[in-house]
Design a protein around this ligand. Structure first.
Ligand code: SAH
Length: 346
């Protein structure tokens, strides 16, 4: 019976070293392989030129490297680039490169589909098919970094987990990937340039505060009134705002860092005074910033972006309470690459 080859990127450094010892090869070669995989993002054993041909052949006999590949690239008229990324099992996720004046932001996916059911988001209609593995998240970053150098002559400056999926529902793999992206044994990027965006899973926010306090946190709030939030983000009936607020307080105590709230304003949903007051009160509890993001329609629309004067009212109220607020223009809308539009329409 032929042995099913294991994906070597699922092995720890220690496991690779032990494999070599088992085959009478000095274990330091394991460390070299690990560096090739995570520091130099090698996708073929033949790239590992400081290993002898025999050692490379030994690896090839027992392992594979399942690499994610770009299946389709679309470029928006504002420069945003959307990639359809093909995974080893023919599933597809989307990763977006967003250039700005002095920065390049990678927007990466954490799941195929999504575990949650936000009614305004195209990804939620796909349902969750599976979690991405750490290497599949890592590959998106490597790809987007190459693309950023190729198109904009600079490496990635920021990474946001705002692609497909809920990162906190794939916590372990997302964190493993970020560790590979930030550690000196990996790509060595600064943890402060990485934002994990969650729709608000309190238990996991606390866990991240305990384990990875250096990464940045964004919470997709969209309403600080429970009843409204239950309607637009039905899962939140199980994760009440009071618990979310507690977890954010905990986050602040542990990290001393602010939280960014993502917030879309829709007419007849959250465009009234009571919603504005509730948001201000919610934000006052811990140091926060608010990003008011433009709504990106996703077809059959019961959601309509609120008028500019309502957005202005939000801005005035937040500023009055000294809460930093930014009104975000949407990027890549023409190619369905904007927030909430990622749905594998390839
Ligand atoms: N699940 C994570 C990350 C993915 S969504 C989260 O909820 O944070 C990335 C951001 O896009 C979230 O803030 C989400 O609320 C927002 N979003 C989803 N659908 C949108 C839409 N149609 N228009 C604008 N923003 C949307």
């Amino acid at each position: 019976m032929t042995e099913v080859k294991k994906d070597i990127r699922r092995c720890t450094k220690e496991e690779i070293c032990s494999f070599f010892i088992l085959h009478n090869v000095p274990s330091f070669h394991g460390k070299q392989v690990y560096e090739w995989l995570w520091q130099k993002a090698a996708i073929d054993f033949d790239q590992m030129t400081n290993l002898s041909k025999a050692h490379r052949a030994l690896l090839d006999k027992h392992f594979i490297i399942n690499q994610a590949n770009i299946a389709k690239v679309q470029i928006s008229n504002d420069g945003t680039i959307k990639n359809a990324v093909l995974l080893y099992d023919d599933k597809v996720v989307e990763s977006v490169l967003i250039p700005a004046k002095n920065r390049s932001t990678a927007c990466v996916s954490s799941q195929v589909g999504c575990s949650l059911d936000c009614t305004f988001c195209a990804t939620s209609q796909l349902k969750r098919m599976r979690n991405l593995n750490p290497d599949e998240i890592f590959d998106q970053v490597v790809m987007l970094n190459k693309q950023s150098i190729e198109y904009f002559e600079r490496p990635l400056s920021n990474i946001v987990f705002m692609g497909m999926g809920e990162p906190m529902m794939n916590y372990r793999n997302v964190m493993k990937a970020i560790v590979k992206i930030t550690s000196p044994e990996g790509l060595g990027m600064s943890p402060r340039r990485i934002t994990v965006s969650t729709s608000g899973i309190p238990k996991m926010i606390k866990k991240m505060a305990d384990e990875y306090p250096r990464f940045k946190l964004a919470v997709s709030l969209h309403s600080a009134i429970q009843e409204t939030r239950n309607k637009i983000m039905p899962f939140s009936t199980s994760f009440p705002l009071s618990e979310l607020q507690d977890s954010i307080k905990y986050w602040f105590r542990k990290t001393n860092a602010h939280v960014t709230y993502e917030y879309v304003i829709w007419s007849n949903i959250n465009d009234c005074e009571a919603e504005i007051d509730a948001l201000v009160r919610f934000c006052e509890k811990t140091p926060s910033k608010v990003n008011l993001i433009e709504y990106n329609p996703m077809g059959n629309d019961q959601f309509i972006q609120a008028d500019k004067d309502v957005i202005d009212q939000y801005v005035v109220a937040l500023k009055k309470s000294h809460i930093p607020v930014t009104v975000r223009r949407s990027r890549g809308k023409d190619i369905d690459a904007a927030c909430g539009q990622l749905a594998n329409k390839i």
